[in-house]
Design a protein around this ligand. Structure first.
Ligand code: AMP
Ligand code: MG
Length: 407
């Protein structure tokens, strides 16, 4: 049995990043950038109006107010997409819409609300004094040409999509999705939809894994529930080793008489990097490599499987995608946390903000077979080993489940 930290460094030594692929912008949501995104032009691209109004020389509006308006000669219109080519001279103004290019010679905008209004006439009255640069969005004030807008390794969310579109990126390099095989083992397992016979249980772990793989950014290419029988395991695994980047199993890696998964891994040439980690739940964790695949064997108990995926597999997928690892947060315990004498202890928990600080508590159900403990949880709490329970007021590490909310 090895310590959690040691197990993590062994995994890290065996990680790699996947190649990239070019995809269209409208398929980019949820993918991870494999290139830095550079501003190919400044933003705004040109000085433009922040308001619907009149482009003026600010000095020509001096002294204007509601009682004493200033009259300027109307010499053109500049709208978004159709800039005016007229150069403004003393005593003149140009109707200028939001987003329209500021005409040459103009140095301020007067809002239409502070004027006699847009017209087809010869002149306009302005009832406010403008100042230099008023209501003008300056070229490059937001972003300079050549600036790095988004770094390689960033998850593409609506913010990134908007920025990519703003700068005209039609296709982008993203990390290929890791190809993932998931399998469960157990003679007792049947699929939801079938009638349960005595001693049988529904396979829930592969449904959890499939959902987690997708949310982590991977792609399931093989998925099966396999009987506790070496031949079926061998068949599934040899194909998975040929085709996948990551193979994740649930069950069959414990000390049970029918726990054949490790044996078959070995037969197929998988190099065992470790088996058994000082953690609860999920002590019989397996990690190995074979072909170019990473193999993680998680124990079958549903809580061990789910927490094991989040703590061990999720960071692997993130790294393959080139993402930075999520750093855990720290929160203050509101209830005691049951530590283990020699094992790292994980429990589903809840974190929320109280008086401006993040606080948390473990869920009431702690058994590794009690998957319902995950329903109310929004995080996984983790503590190093220790002789005593952690007490309210002490700090604990929090790994937020990204799809849940902090209440
Ligand atoms: P094992 O790791 O194979 O000894 O399994 C430990 C416990 O987890 C047993 O009670 C299994 O019935 C249960 N289990 C194993 N695989 C699954 C699965 N895919 N879905 C739900 N429970 C499972
Ligand atoms: Mg089993």
């Amino acid at each position: 049995m090895i310590a959690v930290q040691e197990a993590k460094s062994i995994i890290n030594e065996n990680l790699f990043t996947l190649e990239s692929e070019l995809i269209p912008l409208n398929e980019a949501g949820g993918r991870v950038l494999a290139q830095d995104i550079i501003a190919t032009f400044p933003s705004p691209q040109f000085d433009n109006s922040a308001m619907d109004g009149f482009a003026v020389k600010f000095a020509n509006t001096k002294g204007a107010n509601l009682e004493n308006s200033v009259t300027l000669k109307l010499v053109g219109t500049s709208s978004a997409g159709s800039p005016s080519e007229v150069t403004l001279k003393e005593g003149e103004c140009i109707q200028c819409m939001t987003g329209a290019k500021i005409p040459n010679g103009a140095d301020a905008i007067v809002m239409v609300e502070d004027s006699s209004g847009f017209s087809d006439g010869e002149s306009v009255q302005l009832m406010i004094e403008a100042s230099s640069g008023k209501h003008i969005r300056k070229m490059g004030e937001e972003i300079e040409k050549g600036e790095i807008l988004i770094k390689k390794g960033t998850l593409i969310t609506p913010s990134e999509i908007g920025t990519l579109a703003t700068f005209g990126y039609e296709e982008i390099e993203v990390a290929q999705k890791p190809k993932i095989a998931i399998f469960g083992t157990g003679d007792e397992l049947i699929e939801p939809g079938n009638k349960l016979e005595e001693g049988q249980i529904y396979n829930s772990n592969l449904y959890v894994f499939a959902e987690l793989v997708e949310r982590a950014g991977g792609e399931i290419v093989m998925r099966n529930v396999i009987k506790d029988d070496k031949d079926s395991l061998r068949e599934f695994l040899s194909e998975a080793l040929e085709t996948c980047d990551v193979i994740i199993s649930s069950g069959g890696v414990s000390m049970g008489k029918f726990d054949y998964v490790r044996d078959v891994f070995k037969e197929l040439g998988v190099i065992e990097k470790f088996w058994k980690v000082a953690q609860k739940p999920g002590k019989p964790l397996f990690f190995g490599t074979g072909n170019s695949a990473l193999i993680v064997g998680l124990p079958g108990n549903p809580v061990s499987s789910y927490i094991g995926f989040m703590e061990w597999v999720w960071p692997i997928i993130s790294t393959l995608l080139g993402q930075d690892k999520q750093k855990p947060l720290t929160a203050i315990l509101k209830k005691p946390f049951p530590r283990e004498k020699i094992k790292y202890r994980f429990l589903f928990g809840n974190a929320w903000v109280e008086n401006g600080r993040l606080v948390c508590q473990p869920t009431a159900k702690v058994g590794s077979h009690m998957l319902s403990s995950s329903l109310e949880a929004n995080c996984i709490l983790g503590s190093k080993s220790g002789d005593e329970k952690l007490q309210p007021g002490e700090n604990i590490s929090v790994n937020l489940l990204p799809w849940k909310r902090i209440k």
